[in-house]
Design a protein around this ligand. Structure first.
Ligand code: CA
Ligand code: CA
Length: 372
């Protein structure tokens, strides 16, 4: 027979615990479960917004940490400290967030508008710009005149101050908050067009940049999958310096890749490997132009094969340290007239370029074009 004392002591436990927890939950403010966001002078922001439903009234604003860490990076940084923003993006913009063509992302911030911070003098500005191809920097932002730069720095400080007023970070990140697009100093207010007239000028984000955000508008219809951002640092009247590339994968993991320490130019490569010939010639007569061999990381005068079709796709290897002004996959039906491949059929990574023809596509020809 069971010990009555034991049986009696167990019954109240099972009944009391859930009700006690429920009572505690009723009295604890939500802020105890999600702490207020923190901002340290010198931090930069990454903002996400959509222009269509769902999520078009919300901004995900993430404190991605010290600008100096990106400025001084010598190897890729995986932004693990920002938590699982992929889950936040999913919750706000849907499971298909990365393929949405209306989703935009950008990075901006100023170390300080009134004191030098971590070697960045007043007024140093950081702002992103969409890349036309991953890893290709593009043209640095230019903000002429120190008074204009100071105005932008003050505007960016308003974004920082606005961030500090929120009371809770998101469910999946201690660095991110969700803002309403109409909140007074939300990320959206700094983005033109239709941002706040106090913070934008004409069509310019933060009053100075033609468009710091990336979306499918430049690279095609595949959503954020291939949308990478250059980070530029503006310290004077000259064009800003390229600090590196932001990319985001399907899980929402953000990576920052600094420029290769010593990117090899075509001229340097050709002097050693192709007798100094132009990029559109074929020094070793193997059917692959010098410029393509340079891009693929081939050296010397050994035979180079054009990549074959494997599993319905063609993949060109891409060397990691090549300085090029542009590259892309082109298609033709007659080998005479060539045009860019549909972006949705091309996947570009730091180490490869892959083309997958659409199903049902008529016979066509394919080439990689590289402009050193
Ligand atoms: Ca060749
Ligand atoms: Ca070769």
């Amino acid at each position: 027979m069971a010990n009555p004392a034991t049986a009696l002591s167990m019954i109240p436990m099972t009944r009391t615990f859930p009700s006690l927890l429920a009572a505690l939950g009723a009295f604890l403010p939500a802020a105890l479960f999600a702490a207020a966001p923190t901002y340290t002078t010198g931090d930069l922001f990454m903002g996400f917004r959509a222009t269509e439903q769902p999520g078009d009234t919300s901004v995900l604003l993430v404190n991605i940490g010290s600008a100096a860490a990106f400025r001084d990076a010598t190897s890729p940084i995986t932004l693990t400290a920002i938590g699982d923003i992929g889950e936040d993006l999913k919750a706000l913009y849907g499971a298909n967030w990365r393929s949405r063509t209306d989703l935009q992302w950008g990075v901006a911030g100023t170390p300080s508008n009134n004191a030098d911070v971590n070697g960045d003098t007043v007024p140093t500005l950081y702002a992103s710009r969409q890349q036309t191809a991953p890893g290709v920097p593009g043209t640095g932002w230019q903000v002429s005149g120190s008074s204009t730069r100071l105005t932008v720095a003050t505007t960016m400080t308003n974004l920082q101050d606005g961030f500090k007023t929120y009371s809770a970070t998101t469910a999946n990140s201690t660095k991110a908050i969700i803002q309403g697009t109409t909140d007074g100093a939300s990320w959206r207010q700094f983005m033109a067009p239709d941002g706040s007239g106090t913070y934008t000028t004409g069509g310019k984000d933060f009053g100075a940049f033609a468009n710091i955000e990336g979306s499918s508008a430049v690279v095609g219809s595949e959503g954020l999958a291939n949308v990478t951002l250059s980070l530029f640092r503006v310290t004077g009247s000259a064009a800003g310096s390229f600090e590196g590339t932001f990319s985001i994968d399907a899980a929402g993991t953000v990576t920052f890749t600094p420029p290769a320490a010593a990117g090899t130019t075509y001229a340097t490569w050709a002097a050693t490997n192709a007798g100094g010939q132009a990029h559109n010639l074929d020094f070793d007569n193997d059917g692959v132009d010098n410029g393509i061999e340079f891009f693929m990381g081939q050296n010397g005068s050994t035979f180079t094969a054009n990549p074959p079709m494997i599993g319905g796709s063609v993949t060109w290897p891409r060397a990691s340290d090549r300085t090029v002004s542009s590259f892309g996959v082109e298609v033709s039906t007659d080998l005479v007239s060539w045009g860019p491949a549909t972006p949705a059929n091309v996947v570009i990574t730091p180490t490869s370029v892959t083309y997958t023809p659409p199903t049902g596509q008529a016979r066509h020809f394919l080439r990689l074009r590289v402009t050193p």
